[in-house]
Design a protein around this ligand. Structure first.
Ligand code: CP
Ligand code: NVA
Length: 305
């Protein structure tokens, strides 16, 4: 049976640990795995722009001995030129795996149902599982353990935030989300995460107060205030989120060694200042690098068979 990766919600703790172990091996021994996906092709069907996701999947696939094919809306305009299901069925006849970056998460679900090859969610409006996994791998690398770590996410309760909530709940990491009223993460996601947290010991908090939230933080995390597809809300959100900027003043409320993360792209001067982004606390480019190591592990797990 083929396996997909649509949300961290679908992964067990054992599967997450196993991805992290393989990611660490891949990061250390690039050459050793250079033929593991030889003869395999990965299709990247993207409805939105991308730097990290596209480049890290393409280079990762190349480093594992396989090929990749980038398909923008100019080639495959899913749901417009052709239905998601017809695309899934056709592409499955040619390739060994699909990464889909799309607007509605339902497209990921439909693609996975109709495809006979593994489907990986490369970002939807609901979740960004590859990001969440790479983020926790990075935290583990820096702080050794995820238990007793508190990540404070400051900003919009969006796709990245949902994935962090799932990942934290599953692994026992504590997470606090500080968002303006009306921009809290999905209620169902929080409820699910809180249920899982009862078993894993993760503490999950949602607040409107970023200043008190960062007080106990080991990691402070930022994402853009307006995600791709919300461009018409940019001006409104700049006003609503103005007290949710990660700047030196906010950082002064946290421990001096607090780590700062951002999934990138960053809108410098909006959700994060240059001063913080370029400070010694910032690990944003190590985090970006780890996207590739973790995705290579995911590709081996799903495509190798
Ligand atoms: N973080 C992330 O997914 O970056 P891209 O949008 O550039 O792929
Ligand atoms: N929340 C952002 C993440 C970008 C990687 C977006 O969806 O645009």
């Amino acid at each position: 049976m083929k396996k997909d990766l649509l949300s961290i919600r679908d992964l067990t703790l054992g599967e997450i640990d196993s991805i992290f172990k393989l990611s660490a091996l891949l990061k250390k021994n690039k050459k050793k795995f250079s033929k593991v996906l030889s003869g395999k092709t990965l299709a990247l069907i993207f409805q939105k722009p991308s730097n990290r996701t596209r480049v890290s999947f393409e280079v990762g696939m190349y480093q594992l001995g396989g090929n990749s094919l980038y398909l923008s809306p100019a080639e495959i305009n899913i749901g417009v030129r052709e239905s998601v299901r017809d695309v899934a069925k056709t592409i499955s006849r040619y390739v060994d795996g699909i990464v889909l970056r799309t607007f509605e998460h339902k497209n990921c679900l439909d693609m996975a149902t109709a495809a006979t090859v593994p489907v990986i969610n490369g970002l939807s409006d609901f979740s960004h599982p590859c990001q969440g996994l790479a983020d926790l791998f990075t935290i583990k690398e820096k702080l050794k353990d995820l238990k007793n770590v508190t990540l404070v996410y400051v900003g919009d309760g969006n796709n990245v935030c949902n994935s962090l909530l799932f990942a934290a709940a599953k692994t026992g990491m504590n997470i606090t989300v500080a968002s303006p009223k009306g921009y809290f993460p999905d209620e169902q996601v929080v409820k699910y995460a809180q249920e899982i947290a009862k078993e894993t010991g993760s503490k999950i908090k949602i607040t409107e107060d970023p200043v008190s939230a960062v007080k106990g933080a080991n990691v402070i995390y930022a994402d853009v205030w307006a995600s791709m597809g919300q461009e018409e809300e940019i001006a409104k959100r700049k006003i609503i989120f103005k007290d949710f900027q990660i700047n030196a003043k906010l950082l002064a409320n946290a421990a001096p060694g607090v780590l700062v993360m951002h999934c990138l792209p960053a809108h410098r001067g909006e959700e994060i200042t240059d001063e913080v982004m370029d400070s010694k606390n910032s690990i944003v480019f190590d985090q970006a690098e780890n996207r590739m190591h973790v995705q290579k592990a995911i590709l081996i797990k799903l495509l190798k068979g």
